[in-house]
Unconditional design. Sequence first.
Length: 447
Amino acid sequence: MTEQYDDHGTQSTVRVPILAVVGRPNVGKSTLVNRIIGRREAVVEDVPGVTRDRVSYDATWNGRAFTVVDTGGWDPDAQGMAERIRAQAEVAVTLADAVLFVVDATVGITDADEAVVKVLRKSGRPVVLAANKVDDQRAEAEAFGLWNLGLGEPYPVSALHGRGSGDLLDAVLAALPETPEESFEEIGGPRRVAIIGRPNVGKSSLLNKLAGEERAVVDDASGTTVDPVDELVELGGRTWRFIDTAGIRKRVKTASGHEYYASLRTTTAIERAEVALLVIDGSQSISEQDLRIIQTVRDSGRALVIAFNKWDLVDEERRYYLEREYERELVQVQWAPRINFTARTGWHIDRIVPALDAALAGWETRVSTGTLNAFLGRLVAEHPHPVRGGKQPRILFGTQAQSAPPTFILFTSGKLDAGYERYIERRLREEFGFVGTPIVLQVRPRE
Ligand code: GDP
Ligand code: GDP
């Protein structure tokens, strides 16, 4: 199994839009960022490297939250001034939903500004043009010259005194996309669980125990198909939706293609679920098939709980071997809550709901951009990336683009070692928990 994760089209959740601030040095980007966030952000910690690399801030205007990224703090290794700010602009457009392009109105348009405009145009990102250092009425005329950039209306502003900043921020909000506020939770409705596992591990027995007398079969396919059939079950005072229980209850055992359909069914159930409850027969060895199912859960980015059934058959010796097997085979999913239970008697059945809750909470965890970057600064200070080919890749900026599953985008000055990516994931888990959920790391080296 590999530690690399790919992009995948999991449902987006609440995401705060990102505004990148670009422009030549000394045009007033930092001053403007401070104006936008409405205060001087306290320096997070006195760790060398943290302050300098701190480039992103959480901001709100008119009740809308967004993240501001000050590209001025970056030091791309590109040659020459024009090349440098062009490179910054390129990074900005990859990560941001909108760009705030700052020009010094008292200086007018320079070649470097023209180079930035080219990058911005090509990206198709919405751009707001700030004509800075317009400290008074008289200076306003200087802003008009900036129409020549072809980016539309220049907003005259004085980052230093605050003049015009309200209008500028209104324009920024208009340029930022409305955030798609759809998380599973907000869509509402019962949590969706897929009970999965090999045949005969006890899925059906578990479902029977969980559902007890409360069972309600829901055929929600608007009459067109019989399958899939979900069941709504009351557990811990809440309603849960168990996905495709027909596949569990009906012993579909046609000779040909049985395996294929079973795995297709498992995959579909996982896709429809938020959390997978993987049942493993504790009295048997962990099999290839178990590992394949685990891989499917990881690939589809769902939360995972691993439940070892038939604990009544597990003696001292078997327990010893199971522990070894677990460490050997399931290292990739050590983050998954683990329960031992006996479906036959109902022993430890009550531990399933808390485990599902923990996994769902980890799956939906959100880390703010500010907190994440402060953490990344500490992480790098403690353990910098090894030098490779005379260069040391640096993490420039990170953001959690999505939750469910937590998906992080790291902008770096070079490719990271696989081992270093694993280190980042491990430290993310130590710091923020992420129990029961895969973590997706997308590294975007700027080369
Ligand atoms: P950055 O390099 O683009 O981040 O620019 P800074 O924010 O560090 O500002 C560069 C210089 O311009 C500083 O001396 C600021 O005080 C000054 N400055 C920034 N905004 C304004 C403004 O609106 N009016 C005037 N007069 N000076 C400004
Ligand atoms: P499924 O194919 O995964 O749905 O598995 P079933 O629920 O049909 O169970 C398969 C077999 O395992 C049946 O004979 C069950 O009686 C047995 N079984 C299920 N749970 C337990 C358990 O906790 N302990 C023991 N000893 N047997 C169990």
